[in-house]
Design a protein around this ligand. Structure first.
Ligand code: FE2
Length: 367
């Protein structure tokens, strides 16, 4: 029997993440000031774009695009009115945007953008796109014949304000929150349409506190560069964090973006000094931490001071910390993660973490 192991959708990683926001100019300032992103590229009326302004920021291998509508009749304005600030595009870096489209479409993908070639003096970027959960889309970006700063249509964004980077390296994973009973259909989508594999599963016994529960399955592409955990709510005594998200985002969407660092203590220290707010676990979390996770290279004291969480799996350990939502709706947030061998997602921290989230929900009156 011949086994076909060819990856029909080879991915080189995340190309960029685009957020639709209410005020991209101010959001860009926030991501520079608070997270240490650097100005990269801009598109808007000055570059011939009439309906939007987009700012592209970069830190090491991670690119973030912030887009605002310029008029109320724009679909971007509709998106923002419904969801508030949130992820619109999870763009994936491919070697062939045309075949990425063909292969996913013939497996049941829903078209968002037919294959398109953009050109300027610096070469060409080819792109295409399909829909995923909620109003989120995946764009396939092929840039092997492009030498410009970002892509055609954008100009280099030169700024006199350039805060230091904070050691953020690349996108580790992006988590989607989907509706009741929708986890498995979206797991099937990533498996059937995009060729991803289910590498981990959590049910409500793994992830539940006295009040709230959720279920999660982690989907990964072949080389593991792109990982999308998918969460759905589960029945609990009170409203779970995924339900709160779905209510305030008014639908399915991206819950958090995890960004890797090589030195979480240094990164988190800088982020906190710049005003990024993190979830706090009780101090007792650290009392028996080393009994739970075994020996680690880091000193315990800075971890305790900063509230950094640790978890271990068969392959090593990881350090992680979660921000509070970065907009007024209790929707999207960030995770900062340093992997030391571990390929998992911090299951051992779920209980302490969810109790911390519930305390936040309580203060919002949403528990
Ligand atoms: Fe995560």
């Amino acid at each position: 029997m011949e086994v076909n192991n060819t990856d029909f959708l080879p991915l080189n990683g995340t190309d960029y993440i685009e957020l639709y926001v209410g005020n991209a100019k101010q959001a860009a300032h926030f991501y520079k000031t608070a997270f240490g992103f650097q100005s990269l590229a801009y598109a808007g009326p000055e570059t011939g774009v009439r309906d939007r302004a987009s700012y592209v920021l970069v830190q090491n291998k991670m690119r973030l695009m912030l887009t605002s509508p310029l008029r109320s009749d724009s679909p971007i304005a509709e998106h923002h009115k419904k969801h508030g600030d949130g992820v619109k595009v999870l763009a994936l870096w491919v070697d062939n945007a045309y075949s990425a489209y063909e292969e996913t479409m013939k497996r049941g993908g829903k078209s968002y953008m037919e294959p398109t070639t953009l050109t300027d003096a610096n070469g060409e970027v080819r792109m295409s796109g399909i829909h995923t959960y909620g109003e989120v889309v995946h764009l396939f970006i092929e840039r092997k014949n492009y030498n410009g700063v970002f892509m055609p249509g954008f100009q280099k964004w030169e700024s006199t304000y350039n805060p230091e980077p904070t050691g953020l390296l690349y996108v580790d994973h992006c988590v989607g929150n989907v509706d009741w009973n929708q986890m498995n259909p979206w797991v099937d989508f990533y498996s059937d349409v995009m060729g991803f594999k289910n590498i981990l599963s959590f049910d409500d016994n793994d992830i539940s506190t006295e009040y709230s529960a959720l279920m999660s399955k982690v989907m990964s592409n072949g080389n593991g560069y792109v990982k999308f955990p998918i969460n759905e709510p589960a029945e609990g005594k009170k409203k779970s964090q995924v339900e709160e998200y779905l209510e305030f985002y008014e639908g399915e969407g991206t819950q958090h973006i995890a960004i890797a660092t090589h030195d979480i203590v240094s990164t988190v220290k800088q982020l906190m000094a710049r005003g990024v707010e993190f979830l706090k676990v009780p101090n007792s979390y650290y009392d028996d931490l080393l009994d739970r996770v075994g020996p680690i290279e880091e000193d315990l004291e800075p971890l305790r001071e900063l509230g950094i969480l640790v978890d271990r799996d068969d392959e090593g350990y990881l350090l992680q910390l979660f921000t509070k939502p970065v907009e007024d709706r209790p929707t999207m947030f960030y995770e900062i993660i340093q992997r030391k061998g571990a390929k998992s997602f911090g299951k051992g921290n779920f209980k302490a973490l969810f109790e911390a989230i519930e305390r936040e929900q309580e203060t919002r009156g949403n528990l």
